[in-house]
Write a protein that binds this ligand. Structure first.
Ligand SMILES: Nc1ncnc2c1ncn2[C@@H]1O[C@H](COP(=O)(O)OP(=O)(O)O)[C@@H](O)[C@H]1O
Ligand SMILES: [Mg+2]
Length: 287
């Protein structure tokens, strides 16, 4: 690559996708990877599993109060890239991440940075709802307890209540907070997981196909919630549903074989894609 990550980090303002791709012309992302007011800035991110490269020099900003969706055929690296954003890949043996990713200007891969508080600031909601085998209350109280966010039971009660309210679950569970989280319906469990994420005051919420295990009604509830959450958080969502990406996100990023092929306003990506590969995917010729 002709430009080092250090050089990229030192530059201020917009850097074009072409510049970022350096001499790797074929990998240049089409569209503007930057936003005016970024929460997270990813530059020239490479990811390897052993000697197999899964992400190739991806650069992308995640703005404040926006939902960015990540789409692309199975195996193109969506989950891998998402997991870079809160260093979840650290937990995978043989996985190596290079490049630069900042959160509010701070390099999240700095050696001195503790990934545990990072994962509170950049929370994650998984494909399959995964409540802890604990009560509804304890599922939400768990994070605030381990991060020492409240001083007494009244404050914790308040935080559990407000988190469940923000996740749109309070009315459905307020009379049974002591019952197991695993006894809820799939859609409720996923909202419980969102409440658990919200309880530790994240700035960014990562969602990896959060509705793929849910029925259409539960999906619609989560999609509405995602739109509401945008007022307070940045959200990056991986989805295999183009309809979902179109419904919930303002920007869409199209991945293909580890490359970020194209990024743009969601509407533009779906109605007027500029790259042939994006067009092939959204018109159903590939994927
Ligand atoms: N834990 C892992 N170990 C080795 N290879 C992996 C691992 N996870 C994903 N991969 C590989 O990385 C590539 C991207 O996978 P993934 O990020 O899961 O794609 P997507 O989420 O778009 O389906 C695939 O080739 C996949 O086989
Ligand atoms: Mg995936």
């Amino acid at each position: 690559m002709s430009t080092t990550v250090e050089e990229l980090k030192q530059r201020s303002g917009a850097v074009s996708a072409k510049e970022l791709a350096g001499d790797r012309e074929s990998r240049a992302t089409v569209g503007d990877v930057t936003v005016a007011d970024p929460r997270m800035v990813c530059r020239a991110v490479d990811v390897w599993y052993g000697d197999k490269q899964a992400i190739n020099g991806v650069s992308l900003d995640i703005g404040k109060n926006e939902v960015v969706s990540m789409i692309g055929p199975s195996g193109c690296g969506k989950t891998t890239f998402l997991r870079c954003l809160n260093r979840m890949n650290d937990t995978i043996d043989g996985c190596r991440v290079t490049g630069s990713i900042t959160l509010d200007g701070q390099e999240i891969y700095d050696k001195g940075l503790d990934p545990v508080p990072l994962r509170a600031r950049v929370g994650m909601v998984f494909q399959k709802p995964n409540p802890f085998p604990k009560s509804i209350y304890e599922n939400v109280a768990y994070g605030p307890r381990i991060h020492g966010l409240t001083n007494n039971r009244a404050e914790l009660d308040e935080l559990v209540t407000s988190s469940l309210q923000k996740a749109g679950l309070w009315e459905e569970v307020k009379d049974r907070l002591g019952q197991p989280g695993t006894g809820l319906s799939g859609g409720q469990q996923q909202r419980l997981c969102i409440a658990r994420t919200i309880a530790v005051s994240p700035e960014v919420i990562l969602m990896d196909e959060p509705c793929s295990a849910l029925d259409p009604i539960a999906t619609a509830v989560i999609e509405e919630l995602i739109d509401e959450l945008r007022a307070n958080y940045s959200i990056a969502i991986v989805t295999h549903s183009m309809q979902q990406a179109a419904r919930v996100s303002q920007r869409t990023a199209y991945f293909h074989l580890g490359d970020l092929i194209e990024v743009g306003e969601t509407n533009q990506i779906f109605t007027n894609p500029r790259h042939k590969l994006t067009e092939d995917y959204i018109t159903g010729r590939f994927g």
